[in-house]
Every structure is written in C-alpha cells, then in structure tokens.
Design a protein around this ligand. Sequence first.
Ligand code: SF4
Length: 389
Amino acid sequence: MANDIETVLTRAEELYRDLSFGSVQSWKEKTGGMAVGYLPIYVPCELFHAQGVLPVGIMGGGDGLEIIRGDAYYQSYICHIPRSTIELGLNGNLDCLDGMIFPAICDVIRNLSGMWKLQFPEKLSRYFDVPQNFDAEVGGRFYRRELEELSSDLAQRGARAYDAEALRSSIAVYNENRKLVREAYRLRRESPWKVRTAELYLVLRAGLVLPVEEFTAMLRDYLDAVSNDDTRRPMDQARVVLAGSFCEQPPLGLIKTLERSGCYIVDDDLVQIYRWLRNDIPLEGDPLENLVRAFLDDSIESPTRYVGDGVKGQDLVQRVEQSRAEGVLFCAPSFCDPALLDQPMATRAADEAGVPWTAFKYAENTGQFQVIREQAGTFADSIKLWSDA
Ligand code: SF4
C-alpha cells in the first residue's frame, strides 16, 4: 500500500510543481479543446466542462518561481499571488491557456484582471463578478446573466455552444468529484494519521490541472491506498483547524512543518473550489438555474462573501465543533485583506467559544519555517497540556 500511496503522490507532486503546465498542453494536443485558467476561489467548472473547455486552476507560482518582473506591477504591501501570476504570464508559462477568468475575490484580483486585459489583449480575459445579494430575484438574476455571458464568451472563442443536457451531465460528473472530496475530508477528520494534509493537498492541487474525471480517479486511488494502509498509526497530536489560506496558498513545506510540529489538521480552507458548494447540485430542472441556486444557497461561508444575517466567525466555531478540533491556526497570506479583516471577528468568536488559537502569516514563497514551527509546536504542546489538566 505504501507503494500505491507513493505512486499517486509522485504524480501529484509532478503536476503541482510543473509551472509549464505540461498536462494542459498534452490535453489540448489530444482533444483539440480550449483550456481556460481561473484564479481562486470559485468558478462554475461545470459550465466549462459542458462546453468542452478544460478549466485550469492557477494558484500563482508558489515557491518555485523567481519574481523578476511581477514585482513591478504591485506595491510591496500587496500579497504575492498576483505578482507571481503576472510573472507566469509574462514568462510564457501560461501560453497554453486560451484565456483567464478572474473571479471576484478582492480588489487585487480585480486589478489583476485589468492588467491581464492590457498585457494579453488577444486572449479571453474576464472578470467574473458574483453576487453579494443572495435573493434569487436580485443576485440570482444577476448571476445567471454572468453565467450566460461567460458561456457566450467561451463559445465565441471556439468552445461548444451552451447545451442544457451537456451541462446536466457535467454537473453529475462534478457531483461525483465533490462527493469524493467530502469523503476525503471526512476520512481525515476521523483518522488524520491516515490522511496527511500535505498529501491530500498535493492531490487537490494536482486536480486543478487535470480533467475532472482524471482527478476523481487519482483521488480515489489515494483514498483507497491510505484506507488500506495499516502501517499508519495515531500519534499524540493536537487537532487543529487551519483557517485563512483560501486564496494564495502556503508553500507545501509550511503545511508539512505544521504537521511535523505536532498538529493534525482536521479541517482547512485550502484549494476551496472543490468544497465551495457544500452539497451536490440537483440534476432535475434547469441546470443553469441549479448552478445559480447552488451558489446563492449552498456556498460555504467565506471572508469574500457577505454575511447578512449571520455572525462572522460562527461558521468557524461550528467547523471546530464538527471536526472535534482543539484549536485554530489562523494562517493567512501577508497583506490578504479579506482574510486579515475577518480575523478579529473570527478570533473573537473563538475566544467566546473557548477555542484556543494562534496566528501567523506567510507568502507563497516563504522558505523559512523555523519560527512558525516553534509557534505551532508550542501551541500544540499547550493544547495537550490543557486537555490533560
Ligand atoms: S491573497 Fe487575499 S488579498 Fe491577495 S488576491 Fe487573494 S484574496 Fe486578494
């Protein structure tokens, strides 16, 4: 079983580290289809799939890219992902993409979409606005129009035209994938020593550059292999929720460091696209409307999403309870406004619920983890001491 795990992880890490997006190029050569990149956090991949387009998740350059020109586009007090994304574009790493979609997350991504239009005028470049009003008659109508315009943009660039039956089939394919991702998170909650977060993260990241069917198969292989591996034994680690890493992602080394410092990560915000919708999308009825209603009614709480009736931070407390976590690691990218502006409300909710927490920041290319290791290790130790008291 260890060999099976290694085989999956070796392939996943290759895909994760491949900043030339060889798998996307191969897919295009094989199928003749279009590939379109998207920035975090959420785009309706089902629509791309239904029109024969490969959606490719772009998460910046990570720690494998030297930023030379990208820094000239952003002030020093802006997070890292936009500068590495620009660098990838200027270097030609993203030439295999026929376009880029910039979902509404924050002003930085909005600005990046404008820069992209100027830098790559020949490519499809679209700011994908999403509603912050969740009334079907207001936000729903707005969002449906956004989807229709996106679909028509794709078709004008050579994708297949919109077809309701094709979208229904694509929703079914993505529902299967969502189910498996939920199963992965469930298994990690139950047995975090079996599903290590650094491994699960690699598989999820690999999925961003693969057709969904291949990603589902890879994830299934991984889950089968770890489920059948009896050599992995529980250790005395603190169960924590990792909060705040929903857009720019921490380096892989940081995730490994947290696990080695004595933490079992039992819930997280990493690579959220697979879990943005909490449940399957219904297959009956108008599939486009189903996409709309899923976004309005079934999206996760996110700092990038308006919370009208609820209280910011309550969702985090619920996740702590559901995952039987003993603490929270607030782990946000430096200068990430959505994460850091929400953090005081989230920490207050944690305090009121008696949930211990600690906080630190990172950049996607952070290379030194010793200080974080000491902080997370001390946090885990103190949890263990308190729970023993
Ligand atoms: S890391 Fe935060 S500030 Fe930067 S682009 Fe993402 S959401 Fe915006």
